[in-house]
Structure formats: structure tokens, C-alpha cells
Design a protein around this ligand. Structure first.
Ligand code: TYD
Length: 203
């Protein structure tokens, strides 16, 4: 049986990570690997309901409440989707995970980062990704890619997204073994070849 792997895809909104996750999924399936795809917030069932609140609720949401909703969704994703798949030797590809909470709620919204790390750890039960990609683009490019149809998070403004982007880059400096920064302003195929280079060591 192949060894289970947990790979996460991160970056500011409009960074192109979902496209790259899809390409990697197709690539790995062709190579014969068993793949499970999930996302945070979301995944399936209850997770998708929490996602709907987080992205579409139009009343007041406090920053702490927002954090706990992301964490509740994460616990569900880990327990119901990620852990069982890894135990079965599958490769789990997850669109956003713990680093999103640090970048968005910590660096972006200004909540205490040590506290978020602690809560992240509680929500995952200590499980860490084997590899995390951070797809990095300048704010102008990411805003352009998001377009005018913005959800609740995407409506947070340019200054917020600058903080989020810098947060990701800080995180990558702190954990260079796990977090790989990919220049996502390049054409899709070139970005994907950088993605594969980082994966080689793991497979
Ligand atoms: P999504 O549509 O998945 O965004 P994208 O397509 O850009 O990945 O929406 C998820 C939004 O939730 C996104 O704006 C990032 C935000 N988010 C947080 O703020 N904290 C978190 O912990 C997670 C998982 C996501």
C-alpha cells in the first residue's frame, strides 16, 4: 500500500491554487495514485453548510466567531475526510488549511497568532501537512482574477489582502521545509512544473 500523504494549497484569493490543485490531481491519478480532494471551508456535508455561512452570511460576524467557524469546519474536515483517507494510504489534496487561519485571521484580521496556532492544533489534533504550497501573486493580479463578484471574505479590501500575502510569506520563512512558495504570476504550465519539482522529493 502507498504511504498516505497530506498536501495543502494556500495563497490569497485569486492566486490560482485551485487550478493547480486540479492539475496535480489529474497528474497523480494518471500515475495510479489514489486521491482524495477536499477544501476548507467545506469538503462535504456539514462542512459545506459552515462554508455557506462563512462566505454568504450578510449580517455581523465578529472576528473571533469567524475564526471558530473556520476551526469547527477544519475539525470536521480532518476527522471525517483527511485522517481516514491518509490511514488508507491515499494522497489528500486540500484547498486551504491551517495556514489560511494564520494568514487571514492572524495577519489579516489581527488576532493573536500564538492563540491561532494553539487553536489550529486543537482543530487538527496535531496532524500536519507533509507539504504546503503557497501560490504567491501581487495584490493587483489577485484582485483582477477575483473580479467584481466578491464573497464576504473577498470584500475585505486591498490592505487586508496585502497583510494576508505578507503573512503567507512570513509563514514560509518560518517553516521552509514544509511550505514552498510558488511564483504564481507565471503561465499556468510553468507554475505547474514548479509544483511538480517540489513534489518529487515526497513521492
Ligand atoms: P474560497 O472560495 O475557498 O476562496 P479561494 O477560492 O480563494 O480559495 O473561500 C475561502 C475564503 O475563506 C477565502 O477568502 C479564505 C478564507 N479563509 C479564512 O479566512 N480562514 C481560513 O481558515 C480558511 C480555511 C479560509
Amino acid at each position: 500500500m502507498q504511504k498516505g500523504l497530506f498536501i495543502t494549497f494556500e495563497g490569497a484569493d485569486g492566486c490560482g491554487k485551485s487550478t493547480q490543485m486540479k492539475l496535480l490531481k489529474e497528474y497523480l491519478l494518471k500515475k495510479g495514485y489514489e486521491i482524495v480532494e477536499t477544501r476548507e471551508p467545506g469538503g462535504k456535508g456539514l462542512g459545506e453548510k459552515i462554508r455557506d455561512i462563512l462566505l454568504n452570511y450578510d449580517g455581523e460576524v465578529s472576528n473571533r466567531c469567524e475564526s471558530f467557524l473556520f476551526l469547527a469546519d477544519r475539525a470536521q474536515n480532518i476527522d471525517v475526510i483527511v485522517k481516514p483517507a491518509i490511514q488508507q494510504g491515499k494522497i489528500v489534496l486540500c484547498d486551504r488549511h491551517t495556514d489560511s487561519s494564520v494568514a487571514y485571521q492572524g495577519y489579516g484580521r489581527g488576532l493573536d497568532i500564538n492563540e491561532i496556532n494553539r487553536l489550529n492544533n486543537l482543530s487538527t489534533g496535531g496532524l500536519k501537512p507533509d507539504l504546503t504550497y503557497v501560490f504567491d501573486v501581487d495584490i493587483e493580479t489577485s484582485m483582477q482574477r477575483v473580479g467584481s463578484q466578491k464573497d464576504r471574505m473577498e470584500s475585505s479590501g486591498k490592505e487586508f489582502f496585502n497583510k494576508v500575502r505578507n503573512g503567507y510569506l512570513e509563514l514560509a520563512k518560518k517553516e521552509p521545509e514544509r511550505i514552498k512558495v510558488i511564483d504564481s504570476t507565471k503561465p499556468i504550465e510553468d507554475v505547474f512544473s514548479d509544483v511538480l519539482k517540489e513534489l518529487d522529493a515526497l513521492l
